[in-house]
Design a protein around this ligand. Structure first.
Ligand code: PLP
Length: 431
């Protein structure tokens, strides 16, 4: 017999929602339901206040001045780095480089590490479920160096086919880099990245210099579940501030210290140097070697405040809340006739992302853009399109999909509003 032990909800959404001013907006005369969190999350008052407070009280350039304000700004900026390092259990905070977003973090690796280490005939192993951000930089690198791209396929249920036999086909002595998303922004699939890394390491040499390096794209993972980088043990791990309650314009590259030490700079100019002469220069210590020019000080402080906010909720609770909401939404959506959901059926195996279509006679019967427009008239914000994963759309044999994606402030009542709105769309399309 199943014993129900849980009496308390994982998150107090009523209380949380009061922290997000935008959630009291009405859209087309209806209370906003924001289901586009995989694209970007909303921001709590605490994050907005941390940014305003920085500009109102401490604004100065960092690492340069000896005056009080500059010292305060530097302390807040480096303090934010420490908060971010702790949030993902990255160990030494010098392994955290601030970038503009996850995309820039991947480009940094492709340029600084890739141009130095990838040669003609080498192989770069990706998966069929990568966001363009974790595909296009590798295409450019492959084109420039003569390396080859390979792709781990996905199964019918939208999971990676990474059992040992399958990996043997893809990880060869020529594989120099494996780049995998932690959580798919389309399928919602949570990839077993730790086990995958272990299997890849088992298959390859023990020599750190020679074994393939592994990059994990954590853009859809870090905001939604506890992530310990030291536990996963990748070489590179990237994520982005704006999807985790932080502001836009700030992202993160984690890289192992020895790799950062060995890599050449990506961008150059002020702040990333130790000494500059007419003809040559020497590089600053890590991580500043990779942070040329004035950084986004306010952005980093905002991201630090976002980490504080999420810590106050507890990332386990965040994950449990989203899992419960996803299970609820999957069940409710299953009652909508002709609705096809992509990705794993089991909420344990997926994050709070649900992509779907209305399909009749094997054809998408309502274009996701039309569906999203009709949902918008009901105040419900969902994403539609290829979700920056055009090759994955080909694998799924669809032109596009609609996507709902949840976060800490979403509720079952909001999911309840989705279902009649979907039925309205079907009526309009006479389905
Ligand atoms: C899985 C994944 N990777 C990378 C990115 C890129 O993030 P950003 O646009 O902040 O660089 C996204 C954004 O949607 C994503 O979902």
């Amino acid at each position: 017999m199943k014993v129900e032990t849980k009496t308390k909800p994982n998150l107090d959404t009523d209380k949380i929602r009061k922290d997000f001013p935008i959630l009291s907006r009405e859209i087309h005369g209806k209370p906003l339901v924001y289901f586009d969190n995989a694209a970007t999350s909303q921001k709590p008052k605490q994050v907005i206040a941390a940014i305003s407070n920085y500009y109102e009280q401490h604004n100065a350039n960092v690492h340069r001045g000896v005056h009080k304000l500059s010292e305060e700004a530097t302390a807040a900026f480096e303090g934010a780095r420490k908060k971010v390092a702790d949030f993902v259990n990255a160990g030494d905070m010098r392994q955290i480089v601030f970038t503009r977003n996850a995309t820039e973090a991947i480009n940094l690796v492709a340029y600084s590490w890739g141009r130095k280490n990838i040669k003609k005939g080498d192989e770069i192993l990706l998966t069929q479920m990568e966001h363009h951000s974790n595909l296009v930089p590798w295409q450019l690198l492959a084109k420039e160096t003569g390396a080859k791209l390979k792709f781990i396929p996905i199964s019918e249920s939208g999971e990676l086919r990474i059992h040992v036999l399958e990996l043997e086909k893809y990880v060869t002595s020529r594989t120099k880099l494996v780049a995998i998303t932690h959580v798919s922004n389309v399928l919602g699939t949570i990839n077993p990245v730790k086990q995958t890394i272990e299997k890849i390491y088992e298959r390859s040499t023990k020599n750190f210099e020679l074994r393939p390096k592994v990059l994990i794209d954590g853009a859809q993972a870090v905001p939604h579940m506890p992530v310990s980088i030291q536990h996963i043990n990748p070489d590179f791990y990237v994520f982005t501030g704006h999807k985790m309650l932080g502001p836009t314009g700030i992202g993160v590259l984690y890289a192992k210290k020895e790799l950062l030490e060995d890599m050449d700079p990506f961008l150059s100019g002020g702040d990333m140097i130790l000494e500059v002469d007419w003809e040559k220069s020497s590089w600053n210590y890590i991580p500043w070697k990779f942070e040329a020019g004035t950084p986004d000080v306010a952005g980093a402080i905002g991201l630090g405040a976002a980490a504080d906010y999420l810590n106050s909720l507890g990332m386990k609770n965040v994950r449990e809340h989203e899992k419960e909401l996803t299970a609820y939404a999957l069940e409710k959506l299953s009652a909508v006739k002709d609705l096809v959901v992509y990705g794993p059926k089991d909420p344990e195996k997926r994050g709070g992302v649900i992509s779907f279509n209305i399909v009749k006679n094997d054809q998408v019967a309502i274009h996701p853009h039309d569906l999203a427009s009709i949902l918008d008239t009901e105040g419900i914000a969902v994403r539609s399109g290829h979700h920056c994963a055009q090759p994955l759309m080909k694998v799924l044999e669809i032109p596009a999909a609609a996507r709902v994606s949840f976060y800490i402030y979403n509720t079952k009542d909001e999911v309840n509003r989705l279902i009649p709105a979907m039925e309205k769309a079907k009526r309009i399309f006479k389905l």
